[in-house]
Design a protein. Structure first.
Lengths: 286, 324
């Protein structure tokens, strides 16, 4: 019983971080039809930038903000240089292009920061006792913070002027353009926002297991899975799916090793794609 | 596919076969004149080219991008390893058979599920399936050797009743070349058959193909299986060359490289993937001499530039000629 409660908490915390990664990915997909293969690598890069800033200044919150801004600028540059020329081509070419970007980022991180694991120290000290376990507070704080950031993104999309521009572009590109919304600029901004979300989640995830230059692929894959399970381009759906999949993985790791528990999320994905390809957490399309 | 113009100085088919013969002769002579390092390199290009060509059946001819070819390649490797480790005396034929069966079984499994999905969903699902195989192989240490993989000794090259000898690098190159040339001719024949035409019409317009009355899913399943078999074959060859099977080759990186080979060389040409593999491996060889493992930074940038400015790949301009 206590095992289950611990794993529930664990799953919720991991789920919130994953939800943050996935919300950036789903935002980019929903608006631009781009499957961003480099998303996990932007997250990794953000985490490294965060770790470096933390090393210099010692301030975690500053690191979080700086990482988000740096990666947002990088994301905007990437969008302008690599993805903008591909608009109007087969969406599959964007997978290939972002895959190329992911290779470059990964090796750049290896070159710049080396192969060893970078620790990001915990922003919130202290632990509380949960049955036989000392559970650190910062994990809970991270989950709450991730929730707040996602909530902020949602409010921005719902009520902010530019948020409404973004949603208008999602619904009907041509009409949005006709109404005077600068669609190319919206694309760039959305990619920047998505990248910033990835970077922030990287810094948030940093204290959990440290940062390595190979973590990107893992997160790209997991974010893909929850984005498809939650319904492509559907923000709420991918958040629920992140929590759902992370909980399942946590429970599975009671029985099998964590390396094998990953298969659970693969199976969820395959079943979803077969029986409900529009996503688990969206209303049935009429 | 549009029809060829009627009158030409040389019929394209003749020019094609002359070119084909020249390339094959060059590849036969290559190991005799090259130093050992480049000899091995040439063999490797053939093996990776075969893998890339198998993926071209899907990417170039059916319009489905597979990000999971490492699974078939890796299972081919492990199949060959199993045959060589369990059956005494080690037999080349059984290694091929086991490898093809393993890759084929995986391909049936993947094909059954993944072909119901389209475009990026197909790409993601193949990626996920290959990761499933990777996790199984990586964690099932008793059977697969886990992280260390399996090592074995090379079987003898045997033609029953006539000849039996140890492989030398030169005879191994010729063996690989023979397998690759036969596979190429077979796949070429398949893509030009009515079946191949249906695949190409799925690429061009899937709803219309379905409307004409073709059972699109069935064609896709067969395409994935064929592709998986040839990928498995290249896995067997690679295992034989290196005398090991390792989980690294089931990992996504290999699948990614296969896609790069196709994009660089030219999708939908069958020959292009070989050119792409050669181009990629030569670039890697040249760049890694002074950049070590960071060769992927310039290579990735070249790849992106090619996607933007040269979407047809190196041999894309030959596409029509190569398919006649």
């Amino acid at each position: 019983m206590d095992q289950i409660i611990i794993q529930t908490l664990h799953g919720l915390v991991n789920g919130m971080v994953l939800a943050m990664v996935a919300s950036g990915l789903t935002l980019i997909f929903g608006i631009m039809d781009i499957v961003n293969f480099a998303h996990g690598d932007l997250m990794m890069l953000g985490a490294f930038v965060g770790a470096s800033v933390l090393g210099v200044t010692g301030n975690y919150w500053l690191a979080l903000v700086v990482a988000a801004i740096v990666i947002a600028v990088l994301g905007a540059l990437l969008q302008v240089t690599t993805l903008r020329p591909l608009i109007g081509r087969d969406p599959l070419t964007t997978i290939l292009a972002t895959f190329g970007v992911s290779l470059v980022i990964q090796k750049y991180a290896l070159w710049q920061w080396g192969p060893s694991v970078r620790r990001i120290s915990e922003p919130v000290p202290g632990e509380f006792t949960l049955f036989h376990l000392q559970y650190p507070w910062y994990r809970v704080a991270t989950a709450v913070l991730a929730g707040l950031i996602i909530g902020g993104l949602w409010l921005f999309l719902k009520y902010g002027k530019y948020g409404i521009w973004i949603r208008a572009t999602t619904q009907d590109r041509v009409m949005a353009q006709a109404m005077g919304i600068p669609v190319p600029l919206v694309y760039t901004a959305v990619f920047a926002i998505g990248s910033a979300m990835a970077a922030a989640s990287g810094v948030l995830f940093g204290p959990f297991a440290g940062v390595t230059q190979t973590m990107g692929f893992d997160f790209t894959l997991r974010a893909f899975i929850v984005v498809v399970v939650g319904g492509m381009g559907n923000l709420g759906g991918s958040i629920l799916a992140s929590i759902f999949v992370s909980l399942l993985e946590s429970y599975a790791s009671i029985v099998v090793s964590p390396a094998q528990a990953v298969i659970v999320s693969f199976v969820v994905l395959v079943l979803t794609m077969l029986f409900r390809p529009t996503g688990l957490f969206v209303p049935t399309p009429k | 596919m549009t029809a060829m113009p009627a009158a030409r100085p040389t019929p394209p088919a003749t020019a094609y076969w002359i070119g084909f013969a020249v390339v094959v002769v060059l590849l036969i002579v290559a190991p005799l004149v090259l130093p050992p390092f480049w000899q091995r390199f040439a063999t490797e290009i053939l093996v990776w080219g075969l893998l890339a060509m198998s993926s071209d059946i899907l990417i170039g001819y059916t319009g489905m991008v597979s990000f999971g070819h490492s699974a078939f390649f890796g299972l081919g490797m492990y199949g060959a390893a199993t045959a060589l480790l369990t059956v005494k005396p080690p037999s080349l034929g059984l290694a091929l058979l086991y490898g093809l069966v393993a890759a084929g079984a995986a391909a049936v499994f993947v094909a059954y599920f993944a072909t119901r999905l389209r475009d990026i969903y197909f790409a993601i699902s193949t990626l996920v399936f290959s990761q499933i195989f990777y996790v199984i192989i990586f964690t099932w240490t008793e059977v697969t050797g886990g992280e260390n993989g399996l090592t074995f000794s090379q079987p003898r090259l045997t033609i029953p009743g006539i000849w039996s000898d140890r492989f030398t690098p030169v005879t191994f190159h010729w063996f690989v070349l023979a397998v690759v040339v036969l596979s190429y001719l077979l796949v070429r024949r398949i893509t030009q058959s009515p079946f191949g035409m249906v695949l190409q019409s799925i690429r061009e317009n899937e709803p219309r193909t379905r409307a004409i009355g073709y059972h699109v899913e069935r064609y896709k399943i067969v395409a994935v299986m064929l592709s998986g078999l040839f990928a498995g074959l290249s896995g067997v060859l690679y295992a034989l060359q290196n005398k090991f099977a390792a989980p690294d080759f089931v990992f996504f990186v290999v699948s990614g490289e296969v896609v790069i080979f196709n994009v660089m060389g030219g999708m939908g040409t069958l020959v292009g993937p070989f050119a792409g593999a050669a181009f990629f491996l030569l670039l890697r060889e040249g760049l890694s001499r002074f950049l070590t493992e960071y060769y992927l930074i310039p290579l990735g940038i070249i790849f992106i530039i090619m996607i933007i400015f040269l979407p047809q790949g190196l041999l894309g301009f030959l596409r029509r000629r190569l398919n006649t």
